[in-house]
Design a protein around this ligand. Sequence first.
Ligand code: NDP
Ligand code: AOF
Length: 592
Amino acid sequence: MALSFAVVASSSSIMCKATNANNHSHLQDLSYIKRAALISDKSAGFTSPHPNFGCVIVTPSAEVVGEAYLYAQGTKPAEVLAVEAAGERCRGATAYVNMEPGDCHGDHTAVSALVQAGITRAVIGMRHPLQHLRGNAIRAFRSQGLQVDVLGEDMQSKLVEEARKACLLVNLPFVYRAASRVPFSVLKYAMTLDGKIAASSGHAAWISSKLSRNRVFELRGRSDAIIVGGNTVRRDNPRLTARHGGGHMPIRIVLSQSLDLPEEANLWDLSDVSTVVVTQRGARRSFQRYLASKGVEVVELDILNPRDVMEYFHDRGYLSILWECGGTLAASAISSGVIHKVFAFVAPKIIGGKNAPSPVGELGMVEMSQALDLIDVCFEQIGPDMLISGFLQPIPDLTPTIPSEDETFAIDPTVAPFETSIIFFYKTWDLYGAFSNFSPHPIQMPDEDGNYVTWFSVEHYYQANKFIGVSNPLAQDCIDKIKSAKSPEEAARMGRLTQRRHPHLVRSDWESVKIDVMYRALKCKFSIYPHLNSMLLSTAGSVLVEASPHDLFWGGGRDGEGLNYLGRLLMKLRSEFLGESSAASENTCIAL
Ligand SMILES: NC(=O)C1=CN([C@@H]2O[C@H](COP(=O)(O)OP(=O)(O)OC[C@H]3O[C@@H](n4cnc5c(N)ncnc54)[C@H](OP(=O)(O)O)[C@@H]3O)[C@@H](O)[C@H]2O)C=CC1
Ligand SMILES: Nc1c(N[C@@H]2O[C@H](COP(=O)(O)O)[C@@H](O)[C@H]2O)[nH]c(=O)[nH]c1=O
C-alpha cells in the first residue's frame, strides 16, 4: 500500500535488538531506512508545509537506540530528538534519515546534533527536494568526516530502489509541490457501481459505507484544505471536518463564480475550522460583505480557474489539497492539470438515472485512446466498498528539473541569488526563513512582574499577548495553552481561534500595542542568536518583505498591497543593529 495518504502502522519498541553484529548488512540498512520513513509519517498533516522527517539511530551491534520524528513545523528536529533518546550510545552509531535534513534556521541544528553526538555514518533516503537546501546537509556531514550513503547514489540495487520509493512516497506532496509549484492535489469521490456520485435528484448521502467515510476523515486529516464547488455547497450543505478528535483540521475552500450561495450553511460555522470562499473579481459584493461579517474569508481572483486557485494557495504555503467536489469542478481541475492523484471509492450499489451526475464532467475527449491512464494503481477493499487509487501525473524526478545551487552557478555564473534588492521571506524553509515568526527560536521576555519567561517562538509570545492583562480566568487559561503549544502553527491557530470565537477575551488596547509587542519579541530574537543577527545584517541594502499573500498587515500581500509591518520591523532593527542614527539614513528602509 502506498505510504502517502495511507494508514501507517504504529511504531514498536525502539530497543529492538537485531542478530547481526558490527557492520549492518545491506538488508538491515534498508529496513532501518524504511523504518525512518514509516515513523516520519506519524505526524501526518502537522508538519505541513514542511516535509516529514524520521530518524533512527542504530549502534554497530545493530541495536536501535533512538528513533524520532518531526512532530510539527517549528518543533525539535527528528535528529535532535533521536540523539536525545540515544544519548551516549550515539558514539560510533549510524543515523538513518528518510530525507536529507533541511536547514531552515541557519544553524544546522540537525547536522550538528548528529555530528556532536558522535554519529559516524549517515544513511539518507533521498536528497532534500528544495534547490537551496539540496545537498547542503550531505556536504556538511562529509566535511565533518562522516560516511554518507545516499540511496540511489552510493547504494544501488532493486531493493534500494524500493526503499528509496518508500522515502519518496512519505513526502510525495512535498515533492510534487516542489516540482510543479502548485500544492499536491487529490481528487476523491464516492460512486455507485454504475458510476453515479448522486441520484438524479442530487441526493448523495450516502453512497459509500461508514468504514469508507471514516477513511475519508483520515484523508482529510492529512490535507491542508478541502475544496468543493458552489453546487456541492447548495446541494449537500457539507461540513467537511475530519471528525477524528484532536488531529489536524484542514481548512475548507469553496470555489464559486456566481457567489450564489446559501445565507445559512454549515461551512459558515467557523467554530472548528475556518472557511475561505474563492470567487471571481466583482462577484456579489454584498454577499462578500455578508460572508466577511461571519468571519469567512473571501478571495477574489480575476478569473476563477483551478490553476490560478492552486497557484494562489501554493503561494500561501499550502502543501496538499483534497478535492471533494462534484463532476463539474472535477473536470475543470483535471483539464487544468492540477490533480495529481485520484481516490475513487466504489460502492456495490446501482442507482441508475440518465441525469444522475458522474464523478468527472466534460473533458472534451471523443475516443477511448484519449482516456487518462492512472499510474501505480492500488486496489483496497474497505468494508463492502473498493477503493481504487492511482496517480494522474508521474512522480516528478527532481534531479533534472531542480538543479542544485552549484549546478546553477555552473550554468550561469552571473546568477547570484543572494544579491537581490528585495528579499522575500515567508515559510521557514525559505532561504531567509529564519526571519519568519514561526522559526523555532525561543525568546526570553519579561512578564507583568518583570520576571523573565521563555517562549518557544516569537509567534507563541505574540499570540499570547493578545490576552495578557484581561481579568478573566479564561484569558489566563488561553495564555497558558498558547505558551505550551507544541509548535508555532499550533500557537497561531489557538490565538486566532480564541480571538475569533471570544473577542471579549482580547485586551482592549491590542490594536495599538501589537506592533510594539512584535518589535520587542523580534529584538530579543535577533539579539540572542548571533547567527540570526549576522543573517539580518547580511541583508543590508535589501528591502525585506514578508511574502504572505493574505496577511495584509504583517505581510506584503499578493501584489504588494500589504503593509509589510514584519518586514519593516526587521529593517528597523537592522538599522538599529548597524548603529545607524536614523532609519532614514538607510535608503532601502521604509519608515514605520
Ligand atoms: N459522491 C461524491 O463523492 C460527491 C457527490 N457530490 C454530488 O455532486 C453534485 C454536485 O456536483 P456538481 O454540480 O458537479 O458540483 P461541483 O461541486 O462540481 O460544483 C460546481 C460549481 O463549482 C463552481 N466553480 C468554480 N469554479 C469553477 C470552474 N472553474 N469550473 C467549474 N465549476 C466551478 C461553480 O459554482 P457557482 O455555480 O457557485 O459559481 C460551479 O457551479 C451534488 O449532487 C453532490 O451531492 C459532490 C461531491 C462529492
Ligand atoms: N456522498 C458521499 C461523499 N460526498 C462528499 O462528502 C461531503 C459531505 O461531507 P460531510 O458533510 O463532512 O459529511 C459531500 O459534500 C461530498 O463532498 N463522500 C463520501 O465519502 N461518500 C459519499 O457517499
